[in-house]
Design a binder for this molecule. Structure first.
Ligand SMILES: [Mn+2]
Length: 351
């Protein structure tokens, strides 16, 4: 049987708040989700697995209507759905009162349940979150009841406060495939048998690297999965190394060149690293106004001329401090102590 696996779509999220492209990104995430549904139909997948956090927060009635409409476009595909830690269930969730299409199978309980599909010989196990955090390792101790079936676990979590689990252990317990979500950087946890889908699109500029969906063929004792990127937006972190001589204009030129060279779907968090002249500060507001620059992080250390400082401040605490520290062994920790101490004594703030 064929499956398509996604997670952490975070419908409703507005990434890069305050940026000119923020509203477009919100809409793009909806469009990517619609494209996945279309792909599921075209590829005639038997199961669409959505491993939690389909919504960024508690879904609105209207949002559920949109999603349910899309689900109705692929009646031949069974859609297995759970609530994650972002859209977790509560008594008044519209999730619970929504009238799902016939091809939708929604886990309603915060304890392991299962859906059986006789024709495909498949069982899918899973649960929904009823809490923002779940620390119990619920998934590690689930044993499929019928080992003759293709047993799949739909999971959300993997860190210490969101159902920590071991994919190896789950597979040892008899599962054929683990379809996981929650960690936004995806990848195969166990080759061909356990996949962390990653978010369908990045939702935050720290979600670097590619994002997308997984298509697979799962049979009893044999499976193959492939990753398919969606390239509306990919966040990249790029470093510029500053020296004591660097002019602001140079940095700006570098950023403009970077933006011109790189594909239009890439968005950037820029880091300024290295040593700067302690007498100057860089105004990065012009950089942050460039299209596709999310923000600029300065991680700069002042480039002091210690000999000059020592001379100028001979006889004072500062001059004496430099003299003593320079006489200590040339280790990294002493260099840092020299720099931080001089910073403090000069009243400069450490960035
Ligand atoms: Mn999550």
């Amino acid at each position: 049987m064929r499956l398509l696996h996604i997670a952490d779509v975070h419908l409703g999220v507005k990434p890069d708040a305050g940026k000119s492209w923020s509203a477009k990104r919100e809409q793009d995430i909806w469009e990517s989700f619609a494209k996945v549904i279309e792909t599921a139909g075209q590829q005639k997948v038997d199961f669409l697995l959505i491993s939690g956090d389909l919504f960024h927060a508690q879904p609105l009635k209207k949002e559920l209507r949109e999603v349910n409409y899309l689900f109705g476009q692929i009646p031949e595909t069974k859609i297995i759905l759970m609530a994650g830690n972002h859209d977790y269930l509560r008594q008044k969730s519209y999730y619970l009162t929504n009238e799902w299409q016939e091809n939708v199978f929604f886990f309603r309980q915060e304890e392991i349940g299962r859906f059986d599909f006789e024709k495909e010989n498949v069982s899918v196990y899973g649960l929904s979150y009823w809490h923002r955090e779940i620390r119990e390792p619920f998934y590690d101790n689930v044993h499929p009841t019928d080992s003759g079936r293709i047993n799949i676990l739909l999971a959300h979590g993997g860190d210490s406060s969101h159902i920590p689990f071991s994919a190896e252990r789950i597979l040892e317990n008899g599962f054929d495939y683990v379809a996981a979500g929650h960690i936004h950087r995806g990848g195969q946890l166990v080759p061909e048998r356990a996949v962390m889908a990653g978010s369908l699109e990045p939702t935050d500029c720290n979600d670097v690297g590619p994002h997308g969906y997984w298509l697979g063929e799962i049979e009893k004792g044999r499976s193959r999965v492939h990753f398919y990127p969606i390239r509306n937006c990919e966040y990249c972190h790029e470093d510029y190394f500053v020296t004591g001589q660097t002019a602001e204009r140079e940095i700006y030129g570098w950023a403009e060149k970077l933006l011109a060279e790189r594909p239009a779907y890439q968005y950037f968090r820029l880091f300024l690293k290295g040593k700067k002249n302690p007498d100057i500060t860089y105004d990065v507001s012009r950089l942050e106004q460039l299209e596709r620059v999310v923000d600029v992080v300065q991680q700069l250390e002042p480039d002091y001329d210690y000999e000059k400082l020592k001379e100028e401040h001979a006889g004072s605490i500062l001059g004496e401090y430099i003299r003593v520290l320079q006489n200590m062994p040339a280790e990294e920790i002493n260099k840092k102590a020299l720099e931080y101490g001089v910073n403090a004594l000069l009243g400069n703030k450490i960035e």
